[in-house]
Write a protein that binds this ligand. Structure first.
Ligand SMILES: Nc1ncnc2c1ncn2[C@@H]1O[C@H](COP(=O)(O)OP(=O)(O)OP(=O)(O)O)[C@@H](O)[C@H]1O
Ligand SMILES: [Mg+2]
Length: 359
């Protein structure tokens, strides 16, 4: 059993609170991704699990045990760092064997474990090299190999792919996903990259300024963002926002703003007044002509990416520039006016004051 449970965990440096009452349970064998912008406290949360950072409030449990005061070595976890932190004077083999030697495992057993991990990561031919003679991607595999051989209860990874080029990052992402399936161990993974979070996580936890904003499966968070921050942080290109007015009559909720007209079934949480409307770029459909939910806007610039286009729009009610992501065949021409329809189920409404999702 290797659940990791944060119970109102707090971290402060002097008077500066960098993690505020974090409560979150990572299930046994789950892949949980902590995601958020720079400085939100992701690494701090991870380092508290590892025991590299003192916990200043609340309880942290691994399995059933409260580990607040447990030495890192006694926690049975392994961490992979962004900079890999390999020992430069040791060979790949020695790097991978190091923790097992400290544990005084028999030499033959160490050898079997190291070679097995090296085979699975396809770095067998590199075992005699020193880290400086490896590429970034190879070093990254060694760092993962060094964690695997320890057979930890929990794997912690702090932005392990951020030093790799875009192509390698995508292939290593898939490798890490496979590794998780094969090892069937609890993973806690930190990244600021929402795509990485969406593709890797069984669940994701979105943080901002030391506060947990929302946690759930990637699709739950994408389909029902809890507030404006999560709505614009998750999803790429980001969600378009419009300032609008909501009216309720005759069982319908009508949301209007310059260029925007949404006719929705009324819900108990609909109150007349100001709302913020969120529409994802991929949900603006230029081909559909149905009445009901429409956006009309001036087309500014069109970027063609091959199979699809990014259509930059100007709409008076939009908060900042707006964007539609559409198939190439139905791309509107720049300079004109374009009309898009949106499925009612794809319309997000937020309270402008609290920034929270309505409903
Ligand atoms: N030793 C320290 N003393 C004081 N403040 C610190 C210390 N270490 C971290 N912090 C602060 O804690 C906050 C969270 O830092 P943390 O490294 O956890 O952020 P992060 O989400 O991992 O960011 P990044 O994506 O840039 O790695 C930051 O505001 C940081 O300045
Ligand atoms: Mg960090």
């Amino acid at each position: 059993m290797a659940k990791v449970i944060f119970e109102k965990v707090e971290k402060r440096y002097g008077d500066n609170v960098v993690i505020r009452e974090l409560s979150l349970a990572v299930e046994d064998k789950e892949f949980l991704v902590l995601v958020g912008p720079s400085g939100c406290g992701k690494s701090t949360a991870l380092r508290m699990i590892a025991g590299l950072e003192e916990i200043t409030g609340g309880h942290l449990r691994i399995g059933e045990l409260v580990v607040n005061d447990l030495h890192p070595k006694a926690r049975d976890i392994a961490m992979v760092f962004q900079n890999y932190a390999l020992y430069p004077h040791m060979t790949v083999y020695e790097n991978m064997a190091f923790a097992l030697k400290l544990r005084k495992l028999p030499v033959a057993e160490i050898d079997t474990k190291v070679r097995e991990a090296a085979r699975s990561l396809e770095i067998e031919h590199l075992l005699e090299r020193k880290p400086k003679a490896l590429s970034g991607g190879q070093r990254q595999r060694v760092a993962i190999g060094r964690a695997i051989v320890r057979e930890p209860k929990v794997f912690l990874m702090d932005e392990p792919l951020s030093n790799l080029d875009a192509k390698l990052r995508v292939s290593m992402r898939a490798e890490i996903k496979k590794l998780h399936q094969r090892l069937a161990t609890t993973f806690v993974y930190v990244t600021h990259d929402q795509t990485e979070a969406m593709t890797l996580g069984d669940r994701i936890a979105v943080m901002r300024g030391g506060d947990l904003q929302q946690h759930g499966s990637p699709l739950e968070v994408y389909d029902r963002p809890a507030n404006l921050f999560v709505a614009t942080f998750i999803g790429s290109p980001q969600m378009n926002l419009f300032d609008a007015i909501l009216d309720v009559s005759g069982g319908r909720a009508r949301v209007t703003a310059s260029g925007l007209a949404l006719d929705l079934p009324a819900e108990p949480h609909h109150r007349p007044g100001k709302v913020v409307v969120g529409l994802r770029p991929e949900h603006l459909d230029p081909a559909e002509t149905a009445e009901g939910c429409t956006l009309e806007a001036d087309v500014d610039v069109v970027e063609t990416l091959g199979s699809e286009s990014y259509v930059h729009l100007r709409a008076a009610s939009a908060r900042g520039p707006a964007l539609a992501r559409v198939p190439v065949e139905v791309t509107p021409a720049p300079g004109g006016r374009a009309r898009f329809s949106v499925r009612p189920s794809r319309v997000h409404l937020f309270d402008p004051a609290s920034e929270k999702r309505l409903g």
